[in-house]
Design a binder for this molecule. Structure first.
Ligand code: FMN
Length: 216
C-alpha cells in the first residue's frame, strides 16, 4: 500500500453492535467472563482463547505477549509456558500480571488483573501429557526467550530429542508447565457509538466484588 501511514491514521471503527448495561450483567465477574467467552466461541471469533499477558520486571518495566488460555475455574485462569522464559523470569519475582482478551467481532475487550502462581505439577503433567508428541518435543527443545545461533541449532536439537524420546516415554520437562492467574479485578468493555463505550469493572476487596461503571 502506498499511503500506509495515512491509511492507518484514518481508520475509524464505530462500534454499533451491543451494550453492557447494569441490568444485564452478572453479579459474579467470573460468570460474566464465561458468558462472554461463550458468546465469542459461538460468534466464531478466531482464537477466542488468545489473551495478551502483561508482566513486569521487579523495576516495573512491562512486557506483554499473547498466550493461550487453557483452563478457567473460580476466578483462576491457567496458561502454559516455559518457566525460564522472559515472562517466567519476571513472574518468579513479580507475581502481578494482567490478561487482556479482544474479541473484535463482538466489539468487546476483557481485562483481568491478579496474582500469578505456578500450577501444581499434577496439573502441568496432565496438560503436557494431552499435547501432541511434536509439541512435547518442542517444549524440551526450546530454551524459550534465549538467543539461538541459528534456526538450524533449534532443528538439530529437535532431531536429537526425537531420537531420545518416543511418544510413549516423553515426560514433561521441569522447565515447562502451567501458571494460574487468580483474578482480583475484571473490566468488561463493550464498544459503543461515538466512543461512548460501556466499561464495567469488578474489584475484589478480599470478601466481595464491587461493581462500578467507568468512564470510556
Ligand atoms: C496466538 C499465539 C498464541 C501463543 N500461545 C502461547 C502459549 O500458550 N504459551 C507460550 O509460552 N507462548 C505462546 N505464544 C508465544 C508468546 O507470545 C511468546 O512469544 C513466548 O511465550 C515468549 O514470550 P516471553 O519472551 O515474553 O516469555 C503464543 C503466540 C501467539 C501469537
Amino acid at each position: 500500500m502506498d499511503n500506509l501511514q495515512e491509511f492507518i491514521s484514518k481508520l475509524r471503527e464505530d462500534f454499533m453492535n451491543g451494550s453492557l448495561l447494569e441490568k444485564d450483567i452478572q453479579e459474579d465477574p467470573f460468570a460474566q467472563f464465561k458468558c462472554w467467552l461463550n458468546e465469542a466461541v459461538e460468534a466464531k471469533v478466531p482464537e477466542p482463547q488468545a489473551m495478551n499477558l502483561a508482566t513486569a520486571s521487579p523495576e516495573g518495566k512491562p512486557s506483554a505477549r499473547i498466550v493461550y488460555l487453557r483452563e478457567f475455574q473460580n476466578n483462576d485462569f491457567w496458561f502454559y509456558t516455559n518457566y525460564g522464559s522472559r515472562k517466567g523470569q519476571q513472574l518468579s519475582i513479580n507475581q502481578q500480571a494482567c490478561l487482556t482478551f479482544f474479541w473484535p467481532e463482538l466489539e468487546r475487550q476483557v481485562r483481568i488483573e491478579g496474582i500469578v502462581k505456578k500450577a501444581s505439577s499434577a496439573e502441568s503433567d496432565a496438560y503436557f501429557n494431552a499435547r501432541p508428541y511434536d509439541s512435547k518435543v518442542g517444549a524440551w527443545a526450546s530454551n524459550q526467550s534465549h538467543v539461538l545461533s541459528s534456526r538450524a541449532e533449534l532443528e538439530e536439537r529437535v532431531s536429537e530429542l526425537q531420537k531420545k524420546y518416543t511418544p510413549e516415554n516423553i515426560t514433561r520437562p521441569p522447565h515447562w508447565g502451567g501458571y494460574v492467574l487468580q483474578a482480583e479485578y475484571y473490566e468488561f468493555w463493550q464498544g459503543r457509538k461515538s466512543r461512548l463505550h460501556d466499561r464495567i469493572a469488578y474489584a475484589f476487596d478480599g470478601k466481595t466484588w464491587h461493581i462500578s461503571r467507568l468512564s470510556p
